[in-house]
Design a protein around this ligand. Structure first.
Ligand SMILES: NC(=O)c1ccc[n+]([C@@H]2O[C@H](COP(=O)([O-])OP(=O)(O)OC[C@H]3O[C@@H](n4cnc5c(N)ncnc54)[C@H](OP(=O)(O)O)[C@@H]3O)[C@@H](O)[C@H]2O)c1
Length: 280
C-alpha cells in the first residue's frame, strides 16, 4: 500500500513523516505483527520507549518488514531512573541492543522529573550520543518552557522536538506557540485521548459527518493543521489505515475554532502535570 504522508523538517535538518505509530502496549509477537502491518500500510515513524519494554518488538517488526531500515524513523526514550550522564549513555546503548539497531533516528528524554534535577546531565548524554552516531536527532517529552530554556542555556543545544500530551480536551495552545517561536516541533502523545469519551463528542461527530470522515480522522487532521505530529497507537490494521488517511481533506478555520473550544483546564487524561509529575 502507498499512503501519502507529508514530511516535516526539524531544526537539525532531519525529516519526519507528519504522522507516526504509537506502540505503547504493542508487545511480543502480536505487537510485532501489528507494527509490521502498520509499516506495510504506510507508517514510517514508529514511537517506542525503554519503559514500554517493546524496543525488541519494534526491532523484530523492522526485521520482518520489507521496508529498509534507512526509510524508517524509529524513536525511543530515556527513562527517568537513568538521567545521570553515565547511566544515560548506558541506557541509550541498551536501547540499541534491545532493538538490535545501530542507531535511533530520534531519542527523547521521557520526562523532565524536575525534582530529581538531572535532566541537563541526561541531555548532555544525548548530545554526545548524537556525536557518536548513535542517534540522528535528539529531543524531549513533557518539557515545560522553563525546562527547555535551561537545556539551551546550559548546553547550547536545543531539542528538535517536544512530545507532549495533546488532544482536543487538552490542546496545549500556549506550549505550542512557545515551541513555534523557538523552532521546536510539537509531537502529540495520546492524540486520540486514548479513544475514550472523545469518540462520542457531538461537535466532533458533526464535523466528521460533514466531511464523511470518522471522529478519529477529524482529530488527527486537526493535529496536522495545528502543526503537530500525532502518533496514534492502534493494533488494528483497519484503524491504522483509517488514522493515516487524513491528507485528502482540510478543516476550515471555523471548524478548527469549534474544536479549540473543547479544551479544558483539567483535560489531561491522568493529571500528569510535568511541573510535579515524575516517572522513572
Ligand atoms: N512521551 C510520553 O510521555 C507518552 C505518554 C503516552 C503515550 N506516548 C506515546 O504516544 C502513543 C499514542 O498515545 P496512546 O497510545 O496513549 O493513545 P492514543 O493513540 O490516543 O489512543 C490509543 C487507543 O485508541 C484506540 N484507537 C486507535 N485508533 C482508533 C480509531 N481510529 N478508532 C477508534 N479507536 C482507535 C486504540 O485501540 P486499538 O489498538 O484497539 O485500535 C487504543 O485503545 C503511545 O502509544 C506512545 O507511543 C508517549
Amino acid at each position: 500500500m502507498n499512503t501519502y504522508i507529508p514530511e516535516i523538517t526539524l531544526n537539525d535538518g532531519v525529516t519526519l513523516p507528519a504522522i507516526g505509530l504509537g506502540t505503547y502496549k504493542l508487545n511480543g509477537n502480536a505487537g510485532a505483527q501489528a507494527i509490521d502491518t502498520a509499516i506495510d500500510t504506510g507508517y514510517r515513524l514508529i514511537d517506542t520507549a525503554y519503559n514500554y519494554e517493546n524496543e525488541g518488538t519494534v526491532g523484530e517488526a523492522i526485521r520482518r518488514s520489507s521496508v529498509s531500515r534507512k526509510d524508517l524513523i524509529i524513536t525511543s526514550k530515556l527513562p527517568g531512573r537513568y538521567q545521570t550522564y553515565d547511566k544515560a549513555v548506558n541506557a541509550i546503548q541498551e536501547s540499541l541492543y534491545r532493538g538490535n539497531l545501530d542507531y535511533y533516528d530520534l531519542y527523547l528524554i521521557h520526562w523532565p522529573n524536575p525534582k530529581q534535577d538531572e535532566y541537563v546531565e541526561a541531555w548532555q548524554a544525548l548530545i554526545d550520543a548524537k556525536k557518536w552516531g548513535l542517534i540522528r536527532s535528539i529531543g524531549v517529552c513533557n518539557f515545560l518552557p522553563e525546562h527547555l530554556e535551561r537545556l539551551e542555556k546550559e548546553t547550547g543545544t536545543k531539542p528538535s522536538l517536544n512530545q507532549i500530551e495533546l488532544h482536543p480536551f487538552f490542546n496545549q495552545e500556549d506550549q505550542r506557540i512557545w515551541h513555534a517561536e523557538h523552532d521546536i516541533k510539537t509531537q502529540s502523545w495520546s492524540p486520540l485521548a486514548r479513544a475514550s469519551e472523545v469518540l462520542q463528542n457531538e461537535t466532533l461527530q458533526g464535523i466528521a459527518d460533514h466531511h464523511n470522515k470518522t471522529i478519529s480522522q477529524i482529530i488527527l487532521r486537526w493535529h496536522h493543521q495545528l502543526g503537530a505530529i500525532p502518533i496514534p497507537k492502534s493494533s488494528s490494521p483497519k484503524r491504522q489505515l483509517e488514522n493515516i488517511s487524513i491528507f485528502d481533506f482540510s478543516l476550515t478555520d471555523a471548524e478548527m475554532g469549534r474544536i479549540a473550544e473543547l479544551t479544558r483546564e483539567d483535560g489531561r487524561i491522568n493529571d500528569q502535570d510535568p511541573a510535579v509529575y515524575e516517572e522513572f
